[in-house]
Design a binder for this molecule. Structure first.
Ligand SMILES: [Zn+2]
Length: 183
C-alpha cells in the first residue's frame, strides 16, 4: 500500500525529533566514559573522590572513616549509588571481614535511604569485578540502583537510551537531607 504524503511527512518529523533528542540525551553518555573520552586523567576516580580532588566531580552523599557513598555521575536511574571502601582495593577477596561487614551494612542502609526518598519498587544491588565483567572502575564498589515498574518509556524503546529526569544536584540534595539514615 502506498503511503500518503502526509504519513511520510509525519514520519520524517518524528525522525528529526528523535535525532534532536538523541543529541541532547546521548551527548554526556556513559559510552564516552567507557571509551575514556570524558574520563578525568586520574589513576583512580574513586580514590580521587575520596581524596577531594577538585578535578573530579564530587557527588558525595556520605562518608565515614572507612567507606563512602557517592552518586554515579552516569546514573541508570536517579539515586544510582556507588558504595566503596576508601582504601584502594580491587578484588572482592581482598576485603577483610570487618571491611565486608561495614561495606555491606552501609549498602543496606543505602537501600533504606533510597526507599525513604524515592519509594522504588525494586533494586539492583551488585558488583562488577574486572573489565570483562563490565567494570569500568577498578576500585571495588557496590552499585545500588533503584528500579521502578513504570520506567520503560518512549525514548528508551525508540533509542535504547535512558532518560534521567532529575539533575545530579537535585538527587544529591534529596539524599543528603536524609543521610542520617546512613549513620
Ligand atoms: Zn582507588
Amino acid at each position: 500500500m502506498k503511503r500518503s504524503q502526509r504519513t511520510i511527512k509525519k514520519e520524517l518529523g518524528v525522525r528529526t525529533l528523535i535525532k534532536k533528542f538523541r543529541f541532547y540525551i546521548c551527548a554526556p553518555s556513559k559510552g564516552d566514559y567507557a571509551r575514556g573520552e570524558n574520563r578525568p586523567n586520574v589513576d583512580c576516580i574513586l580514590c580521587s573522590i575520596a581524596g577531594g580532588d577538585p578535578n573530579v566531580q564530587q557527588k558525595v552523599v556520605y562518608r565515614n572513616n572507612e567507606n563512602m557513598v557517592v552518586l554515579n555521575i552516569y546514573p541508570y536511574n536517579p539515586g544510582h549509588l556507588l558504595i566503596f571502601p576508601i582504601r584502594h582495593i580491587e578484588d572482592f577477596e581482598g576485603l577483610s571481614e570487618e571491611e565486608i561487614f561495614s561495606l555491606f551494612t552501609l549498602s543496606q542502609k543505602s537501600v533504606k535511604l533510597l526507599k525513604e526518598v524515592y519509594h522504588p519498587q525494586g533494586f539492583n544491588i551488585g558488583v562488577n569485578q574486572g573489565e570483562s565483567a563490565g567494570a569500568s572502575i577498578k576500585h571495588f564498589h557496590i552499585q545500588v540502583v533503584p528500579r521502578y515498574n513504570s520506567e520503560i518509556g518512549f525514548m528508551e524503546t525508540i533509542n535504547g537510551t535512558r532518560v534521567v529526569v532529575e539533575t545530579l544536584d537535585e538527587t544529591l540534595r534529596k539524599l543528603r537531607s536524609k543521610a542520617s539514615i546512613l549513620e
